[in-house]
Design a protein around this ligand. Structure first.
Ligand SMILES: Nc1ncnc2c1ncn2[C@@H]1O[C@H](COP(=O)(O)OP(=O)(O)OP(=O)(O)O)[C@@H](O)[C@H]1O
Ligand SMILES: [Mg+2]
Length: 567
């Protein structure tokens, strides 16, 4: 009979014949039978194998069966091993054996009844099989627990890694957000300073206009007093310097009146050569590396010259012992990794001014473009040079990038949009060639300004030219004046409470279409309203007497016009 999971049964007897008879009786159980002819053989088999049941003949010549049993029991490994004695039984000995706690003990009386022997061996064999199966199951279970634990450990590690990645991503996002916020804050700060500066510049403009106007008239009145003349020249120069500063402020505040046109950068830089040579001195070498096929850019040429001059002078100041300035320019299309992030998609020219000077550390670099930031000391630098360049670039649809390291010079990249053919050139009346001589007759001029300081200066200049001036301080009053005065020219401020200059101009034009109207604009007028009055001649504050003379010559109604209109 075959057994799918046989156990080992050890038969111990010193009579081979008896061993054989046990073997025959038990063979039908299908277990593995191992025979030992002596106690020694029996112990050897026990040590080598996993014996489930030991069948012991009690009377052996060299070792008594009970003694063998005692030896077996002593060994910790065999405490569980079942012992079956074949004997004419001494119950007392059997009881002693029972005293051992573990392992089954039984006996088969002599003469051996095969069924009884089989039944007893079967019981213990079965028990061993079950125990063994349980142990296997246990081991398997343990193995599974170990595997599961390893799986869990793996999952835990993966989770932890995921967690760490997530945390890193959150950190990165937080950093990005903080950076964006800082940038926003910086932009808002600059914007606020810009608004403030713009406002101050506006007032300055008006004050300077008043000063310049009065000074110019005074200069004529004291023509024969050279000492007063010198003082006046000085005062005028001061006011003009103030006006130049005001221009930089306006540029930074992006409130400048720009005249964008199609500009050939190579030509523009070539035209500045003398100016640059003079400004930079003999120890600074200029090198040009402007690519030959540069497309034209759209920008205010005068302001771009000023920006380049500012950058060159900065470079000069950064090279007290002399050095090189290199101009580079090449076409570049945005998107482009090196462009300022604010640029829109499109074609640009990147004009770079690179020096070999002292460069800037990170802190200076971060602040260099801030308005009024200077390291040049009080009275030496206004700290508006780079701000002006930034403002101009931004107002022109471009941008600026500074790259520098302490001791390694500065590179300024100025990104300027390409002109793409069409160039817009708005009217700019103050640039007209001098035509003061064209008007010989005296005119009546209606001057509208809510600021008496400005008004007095302008009126004085006009009267000095021989014109009659009617001064009013509001649009409503101007309209009333026109009803009963014959006026040849209307000069009006734009920014006034109530009716602004543009509204006044529109109403006057509707009723007196032949009357010349000129809009005098300061900073506040340079923005939004521009589109509503594209065809009105303009006078940009501060203006000189010559500017005023040109305007009057161009736009005042001549006596003949007046007659024609009357007829
Ligand atoms: N080429 C340069 N190399 C090193 N540092 C520079 C360079 N250009 C500018 N800087 C630093 O940036 C600061 C600000 O420059 P910015 O042109 O705005 O003002 P400024 O030159 O100090 O004054 P201003 O332009 O009115 O003379 C400078 O004071 C200087 O510290
Ligand atoms: Mg400067």
């Amino acid at each position: 009979m075959s057994n799918p999971d046989p156990v080992e049964v050890l038969l111990v007897d010193d009579h081979p014949a008896k061993l054989l008879s046990y073997e025959v009786i038990l063979s039908e159980l299908g277990e593995t039978l191992i025979k030992a002819g002596s106690a020694r053989e029996a112990l050897a088999a026990l040590l080598k194998r996993d014996i489930a049941v030991v069948l012991i003949d009690v009377q052996m010549p060299d070792l008594d069966g009970f003694e063998l049993a005692a030896m077996i029991r002593e060994h910790p490994r065999f405490r569980q091993t079942a012992l079956i004695f074949v004997s004419a039984i001494h119950l007392s000995e059997l009881d002693r054996m029972r005293g051992y706690e573990a392992g089954g003990v039984d006996y088969v009386p002599v003469p051996v009844v095969p069924q009884v022997l089989r039944a007893k061996v079967r019981v213990f064999a079965e028990l061993h099989r079950k125990t063994r199966a349980l142990a296997r199951l246990n081991a398997e279970l343990e193995q599974r627990v170990i595997e599961r634990t390893a799986d869990l450990e793996q999952s835990r590690a993966a989770l932890q890694q995921l967690n760490e990645e997530l945390e890193a991503r959150i950190d990165e996002k937080t950093r990005e957000r903080e950076q964006a916020l800082a940038q926003l804050f910086e932009a808002q700060k600059i914007d606020t300073i810009g608004q403030l500066t713009g406002g101050v510049a506006h007032d300055f403009n008006n004050l300077l206009m008043a000063m310049l106007g009065s000074l110019e008239i005074l200069r004529k009145r004291v023509a024969d007093d050279p000492r007063s003349q010198r003082l006046l020249e000085n005062a005028i120069k001061g006011a003009e310097r103030g006006a130049a500063l005001t221009q930089r402020l306006l540029a930074f505040a992006r409130r400048q009146k720009l005249r964008p046109e199609s500009v050939d950068i190579r030509k523009l830089v070539a035209g500045m050569q003398d100016l640059l040579d003079r400004a930079l001195g003999p120890h600074v070498h200029l090198r040009n590396n402007l690519s030959a096929d540069l497309p034209p850019v759209l920008i205010d040429a005068n302001q771009l010259e000023l920006a380049i001059l500012n950058l060159a002078v900065n470079a000069r100041d950064a090279m007290p012992d002399g050095g090189d300035i290199c101009f580079e320019a090449a076409k570049a299309d945005v998107p482009d990794g090196t462009a300022p992030s604010t640029l829109r998609e499109g074609s640009y020219v990147r004009l770079s001014v690179i020096d070999t000077g002292i460069g800037m550390d990170g802190e200076t670099l971060a602040r260099a473009s801030e308005p009024f930031f200077t390291t040049k000391g009080v009275g030496k630098g206004t700290g508006l040079g780079l701000s002006m360049v930034q403002g101009l670039a931004a107002q022109s649809g471009g941008g600026v990038l500074l790259t520098s390291r302490k001791g390694e010079g500065l590179r300024v990249d100025l990104w300027i949009p390409c002109a793409d053919g069409a160039a817009a050139v708005p009217i700019h009346v103050t640039q007209r060639p001098a035509a003061a001589a064209a008007v010989h007759h005296a005119c009546t001029i209606l001057l509208v300004d809510d600021d008496p300081l400005v008004s007095v200066g302008t009126a004085a200049m006009l009267e000095d030219m021989g014109h009659e001036v009617i001064e009013v301080n509001s649009g409503a009053e101007a309209l009333r004046m026109l009803e009963d005065h014959d006026v040849d020219l209307l000069i009006t401020d734009h920014a006034m409470p109530g009716m602004n200059g543009t509204e006044l101009a529109n109403r006057v034009r509707a009723r007196y279409p032949a009357l010349g109207i000129v809009l005098a604009t300061g900073y506040a007028d340079l923005g939004d309203d521009e589109t509503t009055t594209p065809d009105l001649p303009r006078l940009t504050k501060p203006f000189s007497q010559a500017d005023l003379a040109n305007i009057v010559a161009e736009y005042a109604r001549s006596p003949r016009d007046a007659k024609d209109a009357a007829a």
